[in-house]
Design a protein around this ligand. Structure first.
Ligand code: PEP
Length: 248
């Protein structure tokens, strides 16, 4: 069965609650496309107003992060149950900005992935190499290691429903997009890695996005690649361009 494309916006630390409502209302008619899954991953405080604004549309409101504990003395964190209660289905896990600025590691990513599945949330699991790693020729080894650790103790059934976002760090927010060949090569290597860990059926089912300076002008070529099932989009998800990306 063909994999349904999934195109997710990552708003990062942008948009106040009232701006979030305005942006959802602006983008709603532009992203009305039932052939793809459309997700807006928004700051925690925007989830509920964005969800209200998106009601009746095809937009899923997702989260940008969550903690791996159930509840308790973890000041400032958001629990999976809070997300579920708010109506969230998708949550970004292990974005490179969280790894860089908030000390997330492959191990905490794995804990979050397991916890997300425990609560029937779909994780959008981020991976990707630095420019130095690419130049050193270790991209595939590095990304395979990130994937293997992220999926430790994850069942095949859970893995089949996951989303992976391959995001070369050097392409995030830089305007420097990976070539379609580079993006396809790594997305295929990730799918092969999933086949090694699980089986061909799981690898064929899992959805793999490309992320890193996706724009209205490069989306169609990227999403046409055999192993690229959509995109994780930062900057362009805050603009009407996101409508063009969704309708690539
Ligand atoms: C991202 O934040 O995941 C991202 C890919 O950002 P941008 O599209 O702005 O490069």
């Amino acid at each position: 069965m063909a994999r349904k494309k999934i195109i997710a916006g990552n708003w990062k630390m942008n948009m106040t609650p009232s701006q979030a409502v305005e942006l959802v209302n602006t983008l709603k008619p532009l992203v009305a496309n039932d052939d793809v899954d459309v997700v807006f991953c928004v700051p925690a405080i925007d989830i509920i107003p964005a969800m209200e604004a998106a009601k009746g549309s095809n937009i899923h409101i997702g989260a940008e992060n969550m903690y791996f504990e159930e509840k308790g003395a973890y000041t400032g964190e958001i629990s999976p149950a809070m997300l579920v209660d708010a109506g969230v289905k998708y949550v970004i896990i292990g974005h490179s900005e969280r790894r860089e600025y908030f000390a997330e590691t492959d191990e905490t990513v794995n804990k979050k992935v397991l916890k997300a599945f425990e609560h029937s949330l779909t994780p959008i699991i981020c991976c990707g190499e630095t420019l130095t790693q690419r130049e050193q020729g270790v991209t595939i080894d590095f990304v395979r290691q990130q994937i293997k650790i992220a999926f430790l103790n994850v069942t095949a059934q859970q893995a089949a429903s996951a989303v992976i976002a391959y995001e070369p760090i050097w392409a995030i927010g830089t305007g420097k997009v990976a070539t379609t060949a580079q993006a396809q090569e790594v997305c295929k290597a990730i799918r092969d890695c999933i086949a090694e860990i699980y089986d061909e059926a799981t690898a064929a089912a899992i959805r793999i996005q490309y992320g890193g300076s996706v724009s209205a002008s490069n989306a169609s070529e990227l999403f046409a690649q055999a192993d690229i099932d959509g995109g994780l989009v930062g900057g362009a998800s805050l603009k009407p361009d996101f409508g063009q990306i969704v309708n690539y």
